[in-house]
Design a protein around this ligand. Structure first.
Ligand code: PLP
Length: 389
């Protein structure tokens, strides 16, 4: 096999949040870690080679974001998403979460309303609340295992003076790859109510067969007043290298963001993050195809396991991401009991649904970015814990 995702690699002792953080966050270092969103797979060889080559040079002085960095992004957007992006629309960012917070700080005022759609990735909440903005929630609706947007509620809430909307496209943890009509309607409503759209598209390359990611700027409702946040970090497992970027077609918005990022001196990035992004986008395409095939296998294993062995827990079939949203509402357990079941009885560390805000009650999020062996071991432990509960 050309790419070996089955090879076990010990991550304990590397400062990994997922492994070395178990003691601090779960009070038990021996759990199987299926929580924070990174994967247990080594990055593509081309990334390792490019970092080694740059390391061999031995001088790590102030470094420009080069034209080849932008070209790698431009080409990736063209090939993967059919989107022509001029270089001057792209701003480097040391992460997507910093960009969310900076957008709030740069483009809204304290007390302004910012809308999100829960259940959603927890930093969406903190970047609003911790900056003293008012949180408005357009809660997603779950219908027969599939989440959808309540557009009447969105229209109503955006009309109430909301300045900014956080849109998670594809959605974590719901696993939805929003369709063209859905995205179009979100963009149209933001335009109607003059709301800045922050579209977090960090999961846009991890799409399962049968689905297609559409950047919010490509939905057919124009690209004004929006910021698209992207990164190779989820796609190629590079989260520790803090390398992301924003695509901002709107010149006024772009200048505002550029100014504050230059002010904070974060617009240059770090050498290895820049090198890794470029190498991954230039040479990681085949690796990504193989990764998605491997993850599809893990996804099917999880779906079949719960369907056949433990139907009281219902995984929602993800259309994207290696994160599976487990509906545990039919187990008869409350949130504390569900957490205790997975953590103390099964020995698995997962993210409780409640941290994703309203609508997360009764759910747990499972990270399947691991070897088949680890996954099967975890499912086995869940089954035994269920039988002996
Ligand atoms: C929707 C979403 N946005 C952002 C991030 C993290 O972004 P970064 O590590 O670039 O700050 C994650 C990580 O899981 C995520 O799921």
């Amino acid at each position: 096999m050309q790419f070996d995702f089955d090879r076990p690699i010990i991550r304990t002792g590397t400062g990994s949040v997922k492994y070395d953080g178990l003691k601090e966050f779960f009070n038990n270092p021996d759990l199987i870690p299926m929580w924070i969103a990174d994967m247990d797979f080594p990055v593509p060889d081309c990334v390792i080679d490019s970092i080694k080559k740059r390391t061999d040079h031995g001088i790590f002085g102030y470094t420009l974001v080069t034209r080849s960095f932008y070209d790698a992004i431009i080409n990736w957007m063209r090939v993967k998403h059919g989107w022509e992006v001029p270089a001057d629309w792209i701003l480097f960012s040391p992460g997507v979460v910093p960009a969310l917070t900076i957008s709030v700080m740069a483009l809204t005022e304290p007390g302004d309303k910012v809308l999100l759609q829960s259940p959603v990735y927890p930093p969406f909440f903190s970047s609003i609340r911790d900056n003293n903005r008012m949180l408005v929630n357009n809660q997603l609706q779950e219908l027969d295992g599939k989440y959808c947007i309540d557009f009447d509620d969105l229209d109503f809430k955006l009309s109430g003076g909301v300045k900014m909307m956080f849109f998670c496209n594809p959605h974590n943890p719901a696993g939805r790859v929003w369709s063209a009509p859905e995205i179009k309607q979100v963009v149209a409503l933001c335009r109607k109510h003059n709301v800045i759209l922050i579209s977090d598209e960090i999961h846009s390359d991890l799409i399962y067969p049968g689905y297609r990611h559409i950047p919010s700027a490509q939905a057919g409702e124009g690209d004004a007043n929006m910021i698209i946040c992207m990164a190779p970090s989820k796609t190629f497992n590079l989260a520790g290298l803090a390398s992301a970027f924003l695509i901002i077609p709107d010149p006024e918005l772009r200048n505002k963001m550029k100014k504050i990022m230059e002010n904070l001196h974060i617009s240059y990035g770090n050498i290895f993050g820049l090198v890794a992004l470029q190498a991954a986008y230039e040479g990681g395409g085949d690796w990504l195809v193989a990764l998605i095939e491997y993850l599809s296998g893990n996804r099917d294993t999880v779906i079949n396991f719960f369907r056949e062995e433990l139907p009281e827990i219902r995984p929602l079939v993800p259309e994207a991401t290696y994160l599976v949203w487990l509906d545990c509402r039919n187990t008869g357990m409350n949130d504390r009991e569900i957490k205790r079941f997975f953590t103390n009885r099964a020995g698995i560390a997962m993210n409780p649904g409640t941290v994703f805000g309203p609508g997360g009650e009764g759910f747990h999020r499972m990270n399947i970015g691991c070897t088949k062996k680890t996954l099967n071991n975890a499912l086995d432990k869940i089954k035994k814990a269920w039988i002996n509960r």
